[in-house]
Design a protein around this ligand. Sequence first.
Ligand code: GAR
Length: 207
Amino acid sequence: MNIAVFASGRGSNLMAILNAIKEGKLNAKISLVISNNSNAGALEIARANGIDALHISRKQFSSDEEYVQKILNELKSRNVELIVLAGYMKKIPSEIIKEYPNKILNIHPALLPAFGGQGMYGLNVHKAVIESGVKITGVTVHIVDEEYDHGPIVMQRAVEVRDDDTPETLAERVLKVEHEIYPQAIKLFVEGKIKVSGRKVIIKDEN
Ligand code: GAR
């Protein structure tokens, strides 16, 4: 299965997915990496691994239609079947969601529906978690729909919040879990084991 990864930042989740592919744990190909940020580490990682790496930003186009069309053309010409958001900080236009129904995944560094929504990304999330006093946070992989951090949940893992945590120490422990579960969640998709029923994702039996 051809996968496109959209990423805005350093790309450690992209790296984890690539490693899972290299280790034979995930039978898929990353055909394309798109970033809205020309300096993204994710673009460098892609290029270093021989993957097409494109900087595509709304600012480069005179209309929303041209912007969306450019992304769709790049996806279609590579037969991309699954889009994986890995620290992508832009909203996915609804035309792309319509073209890829239940075929766009996102990872969020908290247990949704808590600590999600616009502005909740990266360290902001961990700051809010610590300030709220919750004892448990975690990681959520979900399907992308038209609302931020809202679509059906595929997989979640809990991470303990320690009394002496800073946003940085918490981010580090959460990130390790992200790297473990994102390739696992993608694998379920690639193997056709995911069924979406309303708000629920049902993971089909092994048999
Ligand atoms: C990850 O922690 C990811 O969960 C988060 O951005 C980071 C990207 O790191 N995503 C969000 O906050 C989305 N709301 P990476 O570039 O090293 O993969």
